[in-house]
Ligand binder design. Structure first.
Ligand SMILES: [Zn+2]
Ligand SMILES: [Zn+2]
Length: 319
């Protein structure tokens, strides 16, 4: 693995194609009469895009569809990344990130690590040593042994963090329909990206907490809702208001990015701190100004959006 990583610039070994959609044979039916608004590529932070945003006709769900195609390093420019795992059970919350359970967000400080057995009512948790130091993945090898569905035995009971620099040359390619197509089908999210923030960072489907917790590991997000995975680099599982927002002329909440189907994603709360009350199962609704669009879930919900109502483009990560 390590050798390959060094040779990567020359060999361009692996390219993982991850479609946000689940493949089914039945084509989704477009529903007319639901207002849709085309993607505005100017909302993306130009410095975070590698090269230009181009247009290309791509086959989506069996239909040739004009798409925006662009590449990023999936790295934010508005905020630092990390920290994730505290180093000692006496560390304050500034030394760690956040974790979530049952819709609530918790600071991953030293105390949180020390109390995991109580938190999960499972005395097999012990992510620290007798001297109070936290067991965390300190190298790329350790992160790769722990940040996968079948966590290696050696990294059970670990706080998992992977550093952005391990994967700094990864390139993520987003393909998003120029004009979204609203369909009758609510498409479940796959393991690939569900969308992108204006800073070019991937919005990911829910973190696989079941597999993570089954191995007695936690993989904290930083305070901005992001962490690093070997197969996608830095990505968000929560919208925390840390990234570029596009304010609206009315009281509606600000826009924070696009879903992979081309519909806009907006913050949860409007100017008056109210939540929309008419969201569908995906987290979307329609209004006159914005057409169909999504609202990001609460940060503790581990779900930025729940499904897609449009025909999805794709996210490719070139490792
Ligand atoms: Zn993740
Ligand atoms: Zn709305």
């Amino acid at each position: 693995m390590k050798t390959n990583k060094r040779l990567k610039p020359f060999l361009l070994l692996a390219s993982i194609a991850v479609l946000a959609s689940c493949k089914t044979n039945k084509k989704a039916e477009q529903i007319d009469g639901v207002k849709v608004v085309s993607v505005n590529p100017d909302y993306f932070i130009a410095d975070n895009i590698i090269g230009e945003i181009t247009q290309k006709t791509v086959d989506l769900d069996g239909t040739p569809t004009l798409c925006y195609v662009f590449k990023t390093n999936s790295r934010p420019s508005e905020h630092q990344m990390g920290p994730w795992c505290p180093r000692h059970i006496d560390d304050a919350k500034e030394k760690g990130g956040i974790w979530f359970k049952d819709g609530n967000v918790y600071d991953v400080d030293g105390h949180f690590i020390a109390e995991l057995a109580d938190f999960y009512e499972d005395d097999q948790w012990k992510v620290f040593r007798e001297d109070g130091s936290v067991k965390y993945t300190a190298t790329q090898e350790e992160c790769e042994g722990a940040a996968k569905p079948d966590v290696e035995e050696a990294y059970q009971n670990y706080c998992v963090e992977c550093l952005p620099r391990y994967y700094k040359d990864q390139i993520t390619t987003f393909t998003i329909p120029v004009t979204p197509v609203y369909t009758d089908r609510e498409q479940r999210l796959g393991r690939g990206g569900l969308g992108v923030a204006f800073n070019g960072v991937n919005f990911d489907p829910p973190a696989p907490t079941h597999a993570i917790l089954a191995a007695h590991t936690i993989a904290p997000l930083d305070d901005h809702g992001g962490h690093v995975n070997p197969h996608g680099g830095y990505h968000y599982h929560a919208a925390t208001g840390s990234t570029k927002e596009v304010k609206q002329a009315d009281v509606h909440s600000s826009m924070i990015g696009y879903a992979i189907d081309g519909f806009g994603i907006y913050a949860l709360l409007d100017e008056n701190k109210n939540q929309p009350t008419d969201l569908d199962d995906c987290g979307g609704h329609v209004d006159e100004t914005r057409g169909y669009h999504y609202h990001a879930g609460e940060p503790g919900g581990n779900e930025i959006i729940k499904c897609l109502h449009g025909v999805p483009g794709s996210v490719h990560v070139q490792e």
